[in-house]
Design a protein around this ligand. Structure first.
Ligand code: FAD
Length: 387
């Protein structure tokens, strides 16, 4: 199938060339392995390979090995990786490229940028993001992981646990959200860049999950982990504000990735409906099925336009929390509707693991929960009207 950028484009000819080269890489080196990676999780070597190809720092400055591109290059990457058909890979990569590295660029010291951006962009290291805890997910402010300064040693001591951490088993470093002042409300949080081989970091067993099987998901414990002041990302006490900034990029890329994944489902289902015959005709030519496709296409297009318009504002420097929340929510709702219809159109085949649509459905379910669940997005949007 020809690779084309959708219309209403924020994309230039250069983006189109990038899209085609990523699509060729995906077809050659990623798509043939996604079924295997459902059992093994994706190998670190694919991340190294993407580093070699310059795909991990598309919008990062050249001084750190990035390509110096604009924000839309990240969207192109997410959309084309989605076409590989592995939500787990898409998620693991997005954490690395769109959730951990941008805050290091934004809030990090020169030393942190040199240390982590170069290695991350080269694909030599993979990073994780630690916000969620067993007793705090949607309510980020309820986290309990503590960092206390040991004045005599000039170090911070971290105790607590994090759960559902993507890349948690493979990561060399975790961007960890902690509480440093219990009495300071939203001004009592601090982020640390914690090496995962630091004494006291304990990686629990790999968590089994419904979908996203190509990614690894960890329960982590931090038992008296000592880090120096140089591990602080941004300002002491500003961690909550920093992570809220991070969440906007996380949600924007989740919206683009999950919608592209839904498009992948649509495309494969269209092919199926043009082949499969029932009652003497191809399935897709039954009016009821044709209408399903029309409805899916319309919803995908509406969500895509919202995502692109939102991305354009975001790239122009607007801190458009309301619109990003809308785009994320719309994308996840549409994606879920689309994969449900795609499974329905596949009939019994859609329930079989040998058909990719079964995997897509399990993978896509996560997007309504992760990176700000549907209910939380609704609340952010509602509150933005002063309610
Ligand atoms: C596969 C996977 C990978 C993940 N990767 C990471 C990662 O890398 N790093 C990380 O930090 N986290 C990660 N997460 C965690 C994810 O971000 C959280 O699961 C998510 O934020 C929801 O938190 P929770 O699971 O604690 O649900 P809860 O906060 O307990 O919420 C449960 C349900 O109640 C709803 N709800 C909660 N509060 C309200 C309210 N006030 N009003 C109405 N409804 C409400 C929620 O929307 C949700 O539907 C991952 C999760 C999964 C499943």
């Amino acid at each position: 199938m020809a690779v084309t950028a959708p219309e209403l484009s924020i994309f230039t000819d250069e983006h189109q060339q990038l899209r085609e080269s990523i699509a060729a890489f995906v077809a050659r080196e990623v798509a043939p392995h996604v079924s295997e990676w459902e059992h093994t999780t994706f190998p670190d070597s694919i991340v190294r390979r993407m580093g070699e190809l310059g795909l991990l720092g598309l919008s990062m400055p050249e001084q750190y090995g990035g390509q110096g591109g604009d924000y839309f290059t990240n969207i192109v990457l997410a959309e084309e990786i989605a076409r590989a058909g592995s939500g787990g890979l898409l998620m693991g990569l997005s954490v690395h490229t769109d959730m951990v590295m941008p805050p290091i660029l934004e809030f990090g010291t020169d030393e942190q940028r040199e240390r982590y951006l170069k290695a991350g962009i080269a694909g030599e290291e993979i990073y994780a993001l630690g916000i969620t805890e067993p007793d705090a997910g949607s309510d980020v402010a309820a986290i309990k992981t503590r960092a206390v300064r040991d004045e005599s040693a000039g170090e911070w001591v971290i105790d607590g646990s994090k759960t559902y951490i993507t890349n948690g088993h493979r990561a060399s470093m975790i961007m960890l959200v902690t509480r440093t002042d219990l009495d300071a409300g939203y001004d009592g949080f601090t982020i640390f860049l914690v090496p995962m081989d630091a004494p006291g970091v304990i990686r629990g067993h790999k968590l089994e999950k419904m979908g996203m099987h190509a990614s690894d998901t960890a329960l982590l414990a931090f038992d008296g982990v000592r880090v120096p002041d140089s591990a602080i990302l941004g300002e002491v006490g500003r961690g909550f504000q920093h992570i809220m900034w991070e969440l906007q990029a996380e949600r924007a890329i989740a919206a683009a990735g999950c919608l592209a994944y839904a498009q992948y489902a649509f495309d494969m289902t269209l092919e199926y409906a043009l082949e499969r015959k029932t009652f003497g005709r191809t399935l897709g030519t039954h009016q009821a099925i044709r209408h399903k496709f029309a409805n899916m296409a319309m919803e995908i297009e509406a969500a895509r336009r919202l995502i692109y318009a939102t991305a354009a504002d975001y790239a122009a420097g607007k801190y458009n929390v309301r619109e990003i929340s809308m785009a994320k929510l719309k994308a996840t709702q549409v994606a879920w509707m689309v994969v449900d219809e795609c499974v329905q159109i596949h009939g019994g085949a859609g329930y079989m693991s040998e058909f990719a649509i079964e995997r897509v459905m399990r993978d896509i379910r996560l997007y309504r929960i992760g990176a700000g669940a549907d209910e939380i997005m609704l609340d952010v949007i509602g509150k933005s009207y002063g309610l």
